[in-house]
Ligand binder design. Structure first.
Ligand code: SF4
Length: 609
């Protein structure tokens, strides 16, 4: 969307990375100018850091402001930390004044505009357009393999197939990702008697005692001061349905889903496991004339099929070939390409099917490579039984999924160029999303999105830092360190090295000194928590005449924490910075320890003790 601005900046002499940074910073400053101009520019990061600061400060007075904040958060998430934003401001200010639209003399100053002098003069129109709506989806459509030789990797083997002419095969239908809910997201009124009529219809098609079960359900909705039984209720926003086991929650879920689907609504139902997903799809299809489809991740299909076979075997049918369950039709594992393999090739394992990674043999005689490096999609994708669920989801108005399927699975690239997960698609298109066992799903989502990980641990537990360092070393080795030509990679690598050195020093102290371990106690600590404890021990709250030295010490240590190596904009603490560099790199520890002790005695005014 900012391509014209970037082009103009490139023409003015900026490198691509400088132009991209300039646009990011100016977008952040433009947001700040619109929503919070009375504050200093150094505080702009709070608007896109994810904390609802703008709402708390009453800056979101109109819907437009809420959209602007959402868009900015999407575009500026890499600058969401205070130090990153301040570093970006400093880099921005160092760029030629001719190309900048703002003057940022210091993060503590308010916004100051500069004339743009013929370089991307309309940039603010582009920034405002970017902030006014969600950014468009990116992506280019899949290319399908044509007649001729193709190769793909299957484990260590390279397999070649000669594809026949498949030009007559249709291309898969894609999702309209801009589809809105038919009810426009408005509250959904529900009449209990109509639900019972739907339940009777369902019993007429395949009896499951729906009507009797619905009549026995007692639904009480929230009134002004208490919960009351009502024949009519409205589903609006997020609502919880509570009830003991057997109260009829699942019955209501199914009848309501069928009822709304028959009225043209779009519903997404999230349940606990794949077996229940497939059974609900069967039932919903029976009662709605085929409006339901499951969302299943591609990778787990083989495992789910095996589980279903085991379950049927457990019910007494030992012969796998006699296992019949409509759910198997969504768990297909066969691959047509097996029929095209040569006699020397083994049958493809489930995960070896080259659905989107076939490489065509180049036909041009002067081509540098014999095989194209660009992967193409299997021409049989459109009719492949492995993707039955994905095909049916395009037309289905009831989507049924597990939480993992919804979050992990994406709309396949052969269907849609846009990269979009089913979770996002479901949120955009559904009138109603019903989540069964919401507490369990919440736990699953917490595990997926907010996992607790050990930063540095012993040999018995995984450690994020050790994983990171191992990954970094492997990648740099495999890439012959060419990645370091990228400035961001170089900065990130240096940061990981510094963290590793610091961690080793801290661990060495903790491992060697029992008193120190006990003082730190178990759990986690940070520079901030250690600073608080040190200051509290030196200048306790109940001591007299400590306010001024405590404030001075706090200010100094705050400045040091914000800029420990003195390489960022803002205040520096040269003595502490020199000392920390020496502590991290010294090979003469006794001398450094003496120097550090003397310094700390002076800093904490301990000479009297
Ligand atoms: S799309 Fe189907 S036929 Fe084609 S490679 Fe994948 S599994 Fe095989």
């Amino acid at each position: 969307m900012l391509a014209p601005v970037l082009d103009a900046l490139n023409e003015a002499g900026l490198r691509s990375d400088q132009a991209a940074l300039l646009c990011d910073v100016e977008l952040g400053l433009r947001l700040h100018e619109r929503l919070n101009p009375a504050e200093a520019v150094g505080a702009a990061w709070v608007l896109f850091c994810g904390i609802p600061y703008a709402r708390g400060r009453g800056l979101v007075t109109r819907d437009e402001a809420a959209i602007v904040l959402h868009s900015a958060r999407f575009s500026l998430w890499t600058l969401r930390r205070r130090t990153t934003w301040h570093d970006a401001l400093a880099t921005y200010q160092a760029l030629d004044k001719r190309v900048r639209a703002f003057d940022v003399l210091s993060p503590d100053t308010r916004i100051v505009r500069l004339p743009t002098e013929g370089i991307a003069d309309d940039r603010f129109t582009q920034y405002d357009q970017l902030l006014a709506a969600a950014p468009p989806f990116k992506g280019s459509p899949a290319t399908f393999a044509r007649q001729g030789w193709h190769q793909f990797q299957a484990g260590r083997a390279t397999i070649r197939v000669d594809l026949p002419d498949t030009a007559h095969l249709a291309r898969p239908a894609g999702h309209d990702i801009h589809l809105l809910p038919p009810g426009n997201g408005d509250p959904i009124p529900v009449n209990w008697d109509e639900l019972i009529d739907t339940a009777k219809d369902m019993d007429a098609i395949e009896p499951h005692d729906w009507a009797r079960r619905m009549r026995s359900v007692r639904l009480r909705t929230r009134g002004k001061s208490t919960f009351r039984e009502k024949r009519e209720f409205t589903v609006a926003g997020i609502q919880h349905l509570l009830g003991i086991v057997g109260a009829g929650k699942s019955t209501l879920r199914d009848v309501l889903t069928v009822h709304l689907a028959r009225q043209g609504g779009r519903i997404t139902v999230v349940v606990g496991d794949v077996a229940e997903t497939l059974e609900l799809v069967r039932l919903y299809n029976l009662y709605t004339g085929g409006k339901a489809a499951p969302i299943l991740g591609a990778s787990g299909k083989e495992r789910h099929a095996q589980r279903m076979h085991r379950r049927l075997a457990g019910r007494g049918e030992a012969n796998v070939l006699a296992h019949k369950d409509p759910g198997f039709s969504y768990l297909g594992t066969s691959c047509v390409l097996n029929t095209l393999l040569s006699d020397q090739d083994d049958v493809l394992a489930f995960n070896q099917a080259p659905c989107t990674r076939l490489h065509r043999r180049t036909v041009r005689p002067d081509a540098r490579r014999k095989w194209s490096t660009v992967p193409v999609t299997c021409p049989y994708w459109v009719g492949c039984p492995r993707y039955r669920g994905a095909h049916e989801l395009v037309q289905a108005t009831i989507w049924v999924s597990t939480p993992a399927g919804l979050v992990d699975a994406a709309i396949p690239h052969p269907q849609n160029a846009e990269k979009i997960r089913y979770l996002e698609a479901a949120c955009r298109r559904s009138d109603l999303v019903i989540i069964d066992e919401a507490d369990r799903v919440q736990m699953q989502l917490d595990r997926m999105f907010a996992p607790a990980v050990t930063l540095v641990g012993g040999s018995d537990s995984r450690s994020l830092l050790d994983d990171l360092v191992g990954h970094k070393t492997r990648e740099l080795f495999e890439g012959a360190r060419t990645q370091l030509s990228d400035h961001d990679v170089e900065v990130w690598t240096a940061a990981v090295n510094t963290i590793t050195t610091t961690t080793d020093r801290l661990y060495a102290m903790l491992v060697a000194d029992r008193d120190l371990r006990e003082w730190v106690r178990t759990g986690y600590f940070s520079a901030w928590t250690l600073q608080l404890r040190l200051i509290e021990e030196r200048y306790p709250d109940d001591a007299t005449d400590v306010e001024e030295p405590r404030r001075d010490l706090t200010d100094l240590l705050d400045e040091f924490r914000d800029n420990p190596f003195g390489d960022r904009a803002g205040k520096v603490t040269p003595e502490l910075t020199a000392l920390v560099n020496e502590v991290l790199t010294t090979g003469r520890q006794p001398a450094t320890r003496r120097k550090l002790t003397d310094f700390l005695v002076e800093l904490f005014d301990l000479s009297r003790f």
